[in-house]
Write a protein that binds this ligand. Structure first.
Ligand code: OAA
Ligand code: MG
Length: 561
């Protein structure tokens, strides 16, 4: 019996209903036997194609679409028609298609969600319908393993997109399947529609969300809480990824729920994880060790502070005391370097404030700028999460290059219009010395006859592996320890460590392998922390392999029961 035979799927659907189901539909690849058994004759053109032939035809259609958003629309509609073909195509052209189904083009799809809307996908829970929550979840009869939820309030760098936030949940889950190998029918995107503060959307006659100002405070937290409770009743073991919540909600929600279910926040923990891993890789490339380094941040919001906390943990794992580690972190925001005599510091900033007395000699007009920090503290790395373009100036980069043989410079702000400095300038000003990673994708930079690759420091390197690892051994929680091992594993897979001309992060053609390595490390760590049942390493490896779904057609059979 062939593999397709032994893995056949039985369904009660036939004829047009079957073709309408994207999880089962094979389109022109239904064989003649299947067409007879499932009443499909005449509903499809006569030629029977292989998956490979379908991919070639679909790639041609994709390629002739003139703009990125039209390419996105094409791929999304393929996904809603035939998921196997969609994933087979994306996996064959990952590098080209990733920016189309994910950042940055998915941002436009969120902004234009109501105009582009065609078919249902995922679950919309709007505040006025909250009493029906259990019934809504019960619409999905299958076992759901991974959920990405948003309330649409802070979509990428694009602010409040209301119901359009659904686009980012769909995009992230596509990567869970394309990169993490999670079976698509076990994923579910969820939009918690809490209203919107985006006046443009409220005024748009086509807006498809709840046309109402955003709920907040008690009303908001009660709504989210009833969602979490309903979720725990329906799928108590599912992994829940919070995505693109506004940071004033994201932090308290993470603190409240991380000890209650298997959950993490991609924008806080995923971003911190991938940045810390890239920093570790850069350190290694420069022949340094993290505990000997100091790091300055431009931007002291919760994203910057989240990354800083992850770096503090890495330094402590290398033997520094907490106090010693914190001394090595400099957080600069628009009022200058954060110190303990500043009033109005947020709780997460206080822990990262420098001692006023230590930095007082650097002060000019009552504050310390990033340029002052670079001059006096000589940080090994500067990380930009300011959302403000141009703040990594030529003067700062030149000073960094005088201080260090290989200065580390990560302008992470997205989209490209907001970047602190473009890689081309950083390479030029540092005369090819800087190790660069960015938030947005960039082509390699040529400088004096050499090519300098630019790593894209994106959460995609972390979240699919974290999720796959947690699911592979049934972890109940996502702990800091599990994140730490994900970071270490990703850093170890950096090609730059072996060859300076390679990028700091693995290329996309090896991302599935790296994701499996991260998953294994995460699963083992969960077990070590008693967050998952005791299982042999080989058994976990096997489960990761078995969990990895791949887009291949299976024989579809009529179920007569
Ligand atoms: O989606 C991405 O590319 C990274 C991310 O989570 C965000 O910017 O919110
Ligand atoms: Mg995000």
């Amino acid at each position: 019996m062939s593999r397709a035979e032994s893995h056949s799927i039985h369904t009660g659907l036939s004829g047009r209903m079957l073709l309408e189901n994207p999880l089962l539909n094979k389109g022109t690849a239904f064989t003649l036997e299947e067409r007879s058994e499932l009443d499909l004759h005449g509903l499809l053109p006569p030629r029977v194609e292989t998956l490979e032939e379908q991919c070639r035809r679909a790639y041609k259609s994709f390629s002739i679409k003139p703009t990125p958003i039209l390419k996105h629309i094409y791929l999304r509609s393929l996904q809603d028609t035939n998921e196997t073909l969609f994933f087979a195509l994306v996996q064959r052209h990952l590098e080209e298609m990733l920016p189309i189904i994910y950042t940055p083009v998915v941002g436009q799809a969120c902004q234009r969600f109501s105009d582009l809307y065609r078919r249902p996908r995922g679950l919309y829970i709007s505040y006025p319908e909250r009493a029906r929550m259990d019934a809504m979840l019960a619409n999905f009869k299958r076992n759901i393993e991974v959920i990405v939820v948003t309330d649409g309030e802070r979509i990428l760098g694009l602010g409040d997109q209301g119901v359009g936030g659904m686009g980012i949940c769909i995009g992230k889950l596509s990567l869970y399947s394309a990169v993490g190998g999670i079976t698509p029918n076990q994923t579910l995107p969820i939009m918690l529609d809490c209203g919107t503060s985006n006046q443009k959307l409220l005024d748009d006659p086509n807006y498809l969300g709840w046309r109402h100002g955003r709920i907040d405070d008690e009303q908001y937290y009660e709504f989210v809480d009833s969602f979490i409770k309903a979720l725990k009743r329906r799928w108590p073991n599912a992994l829940l990824q919070f995505e693109d919540f506004a940071i004033n909600h994201a932090t308290p929600l993470l603190e409240t729920y991380r000890d209650e279910l298997c959950t993490f926040n991609d924008d806080i923990q995923g971003t911190a994880g991938v940045t810390a891993a890239t920093l570790l890789a850069a350190a290694k490339t420069a022949g340094k060790s993290i505990e000997d380094m100091s790091v300055a941040f431009l931007g002291a919001g919760s994203a910057g502070c989240g990354i800083a906390e992850q770096i503090v943990r890495l330094m402590m794992a290398k033997g520094l005391s907490e106090e010693e580690a914190r001394k090595r972190i400099y957080m600069v925001d628009r009022f200058g370097l954060i110190h303990d005599e500043m009033s109005d510091l947020r709780a997460f900033q206080q822990k990262l404030a420098q001692k006023h007395d230590a930095i007082q000699p650097w002060m000019m007009d009552g504050s310390v700028s990033l340029a002052d920090v670079v001059k006096h503290a000589k940080p090994d790395a500067i990380i930009g999460v300011s959302g403000q373009p141009g703040l990594f100036t030529q003067e700062i980069i030149e000073q960094m290059s005088r201080n260090h043989e290989q200065p580390i410079v990560f302008p992470l702000s997205n989209p490209i219009s907001q970047i602190e400095a473009v890689p081309e300038d950083i390479i030029k000003w540092s005369r090819g010395k800087a190790l660069v990673a960015t938030g947005s994708p960039f082509e390699p930079v040529s400088f004096e006859g050499r090519s300098y690759p630019v790593a894209q420091c994106n959460n995609i390197y972390i979240f699919p592996g974290l999720g796959l690892g947690a699911l592979a051994n049934g972890a109940r929680r996502i702990s800091d320890g599990m994140l730490d091992v994900a970071v270490q594993t990703l850093a170890l897979s950096s090609p730059a460590v072996i060859n300076r001309e390679s990028p700091l992060l693995p290329t996309l053609d090896s991302i599935q392998r790296v994701t499996d390595d991260i998953a294994l490390a995460v699963a083992l760590q969960a077990q070590k922390e008693e967050l998952a049942p005791e299982t042999e390493r080989t058994e976990i490896e096997q489960r990761i392999r078995e969990k990895r779904w791949s887009p291949e057609y299976r024989r579809i059979r009529m179920s007569y029961c």
